[in-house]
Design a binder for this molecule. Structure first.
Ligand code: NDP
Length: 288
């Protein structure tokens, strides 16, 4: 039996329709929603993401302002830009595209972003709120994954959820969101010794590693929900996830494709967060 393919494109366009409506209503109140997108250097993948974010802003009526800085930009210069954007009333959300060049300390830059404009939810303030369950901004990729899981109609409560990957931007917050919905959560990483065995116990399996085909069919419990966060560029230029889609889709109950799964949901959540930021800054919503 073939798994149900979870359509991230369709779900993300529904979220974006909702955001578009909200943005238009804000405009009627005289509030323009604005996102600053900062990119440093010439990372090809970052360029693709930034272009896509700008395109989505334009579609939804959000003003986007791009700051494309040279690779040689110093940490001080970048910090000065963030400070300027923090007090710019036309900017509701600040997105600094990662990774940054090696000579810039990412942690310092993230810490400098005003928590009120932290639409990526990377700031320690946002992360702390996620930990205690009081979020203003949900981290974009994990929130998108939760929406994909919800779309299957399966209740997370009591399920064994296995998250492969423990990064601050995907794995860790993902595990926390699953825990908030009363999943029993296991987090795996590169030092996990029995990955296949643990994955096989998962009712909900989230792969966020960055290695093509690391999740194979023998690692998946029949009927499981498989969410593939990975984005890997193969030598032939094709994009693929962390999951061996062809074979895992014969075992899983629900599976996300790459592309067309988690990727579009990440961007839709970013758009939603930017709209929420505008509401917070205009006192149309209160901070948690
Ligand atoms: P990181 O490189 O920061 O983290 C990767 C994680 O995978 C680490 O925790 C690492 O463990 C773990 N890992 C590495 N090798 C293994 C292994 N053999 N077995 C088990 N775990 C392993 O990546 P990100 O979290 O930033 O991103 C993960 C993937 O998701 C990437 O492909 C990225 O491109 C993609 N991505 C996709 C997004 C989307 O919108 N679709 C958004 C963000 C990311 P350890 O901590 O021990 O090193």
């Amino acid at each position: 039996m073939m798994a149900n393919i979870i359509d991230g494109k369709k779900l993300s366009s529904e979220i974006k329709q909702f955001v578009k409506k909200e943005v238009a209503e804000l405009k009627d109140k005289g509030i323009e929603v604005g996102l600053a997108v900062v990119i440093v250097g010439n990372n090809a993948a970052s360029r693709v993401y930034v272009n896509s974010k700008k395109k989505n802003c334009a579609e939804l009526g959000i003003e986007s302002r791009e700051y494309a800085l040279a690779e040689e930009t110093t940490e001080q210069e970048l910090l000065a830009l963030v400070e300027k954007l923090n007090i710019d009333s036309k900017i509701n959300g600040i997105l600094v595209q990662l990774p940054l060049p090696k000579h810039i300390d990412e942690k310092k830059i993230i810490a400098a972003i005003s928590p009120l404009k932290d639409v990526d939810a990377f700031h320690a303030n946002s992360v702390g709120k996620i930990m205690i369950g009081d979020y203003d901004f949900l981290p974009c990729t994990p929130a998108g994954c939760m929406d994909l899981i919800h779309s299957t109609g399966v209740d997370v409560c009591g399920k064994h959820c296995v998250v492969v990957g423990r990064s601050n931007i995907v794995g860790k917050p993902m595990a926390m969101l699953l825990l908030h919905e009363s999943g029993t959560v296991t987090i795996c990483h590169s030092k996990t010794t029995n990955l296949a065995e643990i994955c096989r116990q998962a009712d909900i399996l989230v792969a966020a590693v960055g290695k093509a085909n690391i999740i194979t069919a023998d690692m998946v419990k029949p009927g499981a929900i498989v969410i593939d966060v990975g984005m890997n560029r193969l030598e032939n230029g094709k994009l693929c996830g962390d999951v061996d889609f062809e074979n895992v889709s014969k075992v899983a109950g629900h599976i996300t494709p790459v592309p067309g799964g988690v990727g579009p949901m990440t961007i839709a959540t970013l758009m939603k967060n930017t709209m929420i930021a505008a509401k917070l800054q205009n006192n149309l919503m209160t901070l948690k």
